[in-house]
Design a protein around this ligand. Structure first.
Ligand SMILES: NC(=O)c1ccc[n+]([C@@H]2O[C@H](COP(=O)([O-])OP(=O)(O)OC[C@H]3O[C@@H](n4cnc5c(N)ncnc54)[C@H](O)[C@@H]3O)[C@@H](O)[C@H]2O)c1
Length: 393
């Protein structure tokens, strides 16, 4: 049962990530994927057959289809901006995979056109809408660890060639660990701590070529055009400070994925999953307060010398990619901002560009864009429908 009219969506980009989106869209009665397109009709047809999508076509057919409300842009990073701009020009709302754009100017053009056309722009990642991140945000907002003072993020992987059959684009301009993984964590950090005011960074490349290690192309070498080990320093507008490591060059590590430090304690996501890190929707949120810390004079209470777990209060505790599109479907009908918004994504792009440019600029880069700290999801979203139904009535 849904109280909103389904959003009619045209998918552009029928590659690897589209399956989880299509699987989840079939779970959301608020979304109806009526057409799919890619670079070739063969690819579009195969995807349409697989998921029972009515129309298989090319991108221009989706732009021309007056029945389609929104474009789901799951193309490769280099094509994101052009597809989003064409969709907006055709009067569609847009929800795109990350990164929002591969340069700031393209991002600004997308936001300007969306404003002119009065259309909504949403952007992945939407992992921060998952139960783990919403639980973490609630704990912060309720003051569990006091005023947040800092953050640490670490994701050390050995790239994507073990699991992606066509990983070339991850090692070309627009790819790399910062642009690929950074959006998950920077978006989550902005959701948790607010916008970033200054950024700096250092990066290096360990391998000039890498071997595809799965699928039909196993054994083929790919050139590496970008840096694959990136360190960043972040200063939030709130005064909190953070560090972030994103790497495709680390074989293993025991460093926790993400910690938030506060005046009264620490919140921690200590995810041992070496492939996905904490860029997933679900998982425990741990905390330890001042009185139970190793620095306390008080003896630690029995059984309290370990990390405690924050009770999870939210839904969407599995891979719910597309949840941001569901939020956009409601935003369209409720005339409210999207949570995983284009403004948030553009801010993240500017921060990443600042991190990449910092070594050449020899210091910190000031971040000019600002975005709202996104509203938390209601605990019973999307069943919190009475508001929508009430307005509609
Ligand atoms: N694969 C993953 O695990 C994963 C995870 C998270 C996010 N993403 C993001 O999702 C996006 C897509 O990744 P993927 O792994 O599905 O890629 P992919 O290479 O498997 O598929 C890309 C699809 O886009 C289409 N395409 C490319 N250029 C196009 C253009 N100019 N016009 C129309 N269609 C075009 C291709 O035909 C193909 O269908 C990327 O931005 C990536 O960063 C991927």
């Amino acid at each position: 049962m849904t109280s909103i009219r389904p959003l009619r969506v045209g998918l552009i980009g029928c590659g690897r990530i589209s399956d989880i989106y299509l699987q989840n869209c079939q779970r959301f009665p608020e979304i109806e994927v009526s057409a799919c397109a890619s670079l070739t009709l063969e690819e579009s047809r195969a995807k349409a057959r697989q998921w029972g999508i009515e129309t298989a076509c090319l991108p221009e057919d989706i732009f021309a289809d007056l029945e389609i409300d929104a474009v789901l842009n799951l193309t490769i990073p280099a094509a994101h901006a052009e597809i989003s701009l064409q969709a907006l020009a055709a009067g569609k709302h847009v929800y795109s995979e990350k990164p929002f754009a591969t340069n700031l100017d393209d991002g600004l053009r997308i936001l300007a056109l969306a404003k002119e056309k009065q259309r909504l722009v949403g952007n992945a990642p939407d992992t921060f809408l998952g139960g783990r991140w919403q639980t973490l945000r609630k704990a912060l907002d309720q003051g569990l660890i006091g005023k947040p003072t800092g953050a640490m993020v670490f994701v050390g992987t050995h790239g994507v060639e073990r699991h992606h059959p066509n990983p070339d684009f991850y090692y070309q301009q627009g790819g790399g660990p910062l642009l690929d993984l950074g959006p998950y964590y920077l978006t989550a950090l902005v959701f948790l701590l607010g916008p970033i005011a200054r950024a700096s960074g250092l990066a290096r490349r360990t391998f000039d070529k890498r071997m595809i290690d799965n699928g039909p192309r196993q054994g083929q070498w790919m050139p590496v055009e970008i840096d694959t080990h990136s360190l960043s320093l972040l200063e939030f507008e709130s005064g909190a400070i953070g560090s972030m490591t994103m790497s495709f060059d680390v074989w293993d590590s025991e460093t926790p994925r993400l910690e938030i430090y506060g005046e009264k304690g620490t919140l921690c996501i200590a995810d041992p999953d070496p492939v996905h890190g904490a860029n997933i929707f679900q998982g425990p949120v741990l905390y330890r307060l001042q009185e139970h810390s190793r620095w306390s004079h008080q003896p630690r209470p029995q059984g309290r010398d370990h990390w405690l777990e924050v009770e999870n209060t939210h839904g969407f505790n599995e891979d719910y990619r597309g949840l941001g599109l569901l939020d956009l479907a409601y935003a369209v009908q409720q005339h409210r901002p999207v949570r995983a918004s284009g403004q948030l994504a553009q801010h993240v792009v500017e921060v990443m560009q600042g991190i990449l440019e910092a070594p050449a600029k020899g210091g910190f880069v000031t971040i000019h864009s600002r975005c709202e700290r996104p509203e938390p999801l209601p605990e019973d979203f999307p069943n919190a429908r009475s508001e929508v139904a009430g307005r509609a009535a």
